[in-house]
Design a protein around this ligand. Structure first.
Ligand SMILES: [Zn+2]
Length: 388
């Protein structure tokens, strides 16, 4: 079988950034994969084992039927879990995943870690919920210490180091300052090397970044996108089976938890009732600036907050007047997207609370659905014309 060979990792400093590099041979072609952080954090990069690199390439290797050979060792627990559980479970439940071999020496050598607690923070509902539930806990070693911003395919444009820096600075001067948390940006070029659809690898990408910094992090709280009850092996969306992924891709040093899966998204929003920081900093928008009020994520969040009767509290982050002026469009848009549970739950809440839906909103919903059908049909026609 063809192989991916992972060479021994090494650290390199350039300006104020430190890179954890490894050369990969993928079908005899050399690639350079890196994770990078601000040089103040260089001492935490793990270069004596290949954990982060093996995790980052794992799904690509399985999908392309490539064995992984690593020159550097891999943490013993991680290797055991991947070989005995991750590979058998994914390959037997999803057709894109093939059984592959991992050829690497396991290591027991202990990593001296500060045991810090981190989460990836976007400002959206899921990460805000993780933050709210991990401040001032009585189990002190589960209190959040760091907010992470990843450039691993998660940002709008991959390789966008400028955006990463801006997001880090915004958190530093905002919510992180108020909560006394450190902020760290982790950059990687993995998306440029293996172009996998981000939703299909989202959890594994985040874990790979955290594993590159095991000397700092003992716990990674990965904010669940979907409730645990929706667990399924969906090869196009790792969020649905992330509970399994986080349980398996752990080392003796660094453990990941899927946080918040016990609640539906609208229940998380409800729990912000008495959490003023959410009213000041909630930012679900797909754009990397302030909430735009009109993208899908803004719309579904505003409608959910409206359905809960809380929208007026959020005037610092959303244009509440604009919402009320255009309420029929917001509700109509929600109706049109109600196949998606994150929209549907707002309509169910409105129904439960007896909040009326106007005829105009229903009509807008129907029109948007019809327009979408025409657009889909045209897309299909165009595709058939171009592809042979
Ligand atoms: Zn938006």
């Amino acid at each position: 079988m063809s192989q991916i060979i992972i060479k021994k990792p090494y650290i390199e400093k350039k300006d104020n950034t430190s890179y954890l590099h490894s050369k990969f041979l993928i079908n005899h072609e050399e690639k350079d994969i890196f994770f990078s952080v601000d040089s103040r954090y260089e001492k935490y990069l793990v270069d004596d084992r290949a954990d982060s690199f093996i995790v980052s390439i794992l799904t690509y290797a399985m999908k392309n039927n490539l064995d992984i050979v690593s020159e550097a060792p891999i943490s013993k627990e991680l290797l055991y879990s991947i070989v005995n559980y991750f590979i058998p479970m994914t390959s037997s439940n999803m057709e894109k995943f093939n059984k592959i071999k991992i050829i690497a020496n396991p290591t027991n050598k202990k990593i001296i870690s500060e045991g810090a607690v981190c989460t990836g923070f976007t400002g959206g509902v899921d990460s805000m919920y993780t933050l709210m539930t991990h401040l001032n806990r009585h189990e002190k070693n589960f209190n959040l210490t760091h907010l992470l911003v990843f450039n691993n395919g998660a940002l709008e444009k991959n390789g966008n180091e400028k955006t990463l820096k801006e997001l880090v600075e915004r958190l530093k001067s905002g919510i992180a300052k108020e909560c006394n948390l450190e902020v760290l940006g982790i950059n990687t070029n993995i998306q440029e090397i293996v172009d996998e659809h981000f939703l299909s690898v989202v959890t594994i990408r985040h874990i790979a970044c955290v594993l590159s910094m095991q000397k700092l992090f003992g716990i990674f709280l990965n904010s669940a996108t979907y409730p645990f009850r929706n667990f399924s092996f969906d090869q196009d969306n790792m969020g649905y089976y992330e509970l399994m992924v986080v349980n398996l891709l752990r080392t003796e040093c660094t453990i990941t938890y899927s946080t918040g899966g016990e609640k539906a998204r609208i229940e998380k929003i409800k729990s912000f009732e008495n959490f003023p920081l959410a009213h000041k900093y909630l930012r679900p928008c797909i754009h990397n600036s302030n909430n735009c009020n009109i993208c899908g994520k803004c719309v579904r969040t505003m409608v959910a907050i409206y359905a809960l009767g809380e929208l007026d509290k959020y005037s610092k982050v959303f244009d509440v007047d604009y919402f009320y002026k255009n309420i029929d469009w917001y509700i109509g848009y929600t109706i049109a997207h109600s196949k998606n549970e994150h929209y549907r739950e707002s309509l169910i809440m409105m129904l439960k609370k007896g909040i009326p839906i106007s005829d105009k909103a229903k009509k807008i919903g129907k029109t948007l659905i019809a327009a979408q059908k025409i657009a889909d049909k045209n897309k299909k026609i165009l595709k058939n014309k171009i592809l042979h």
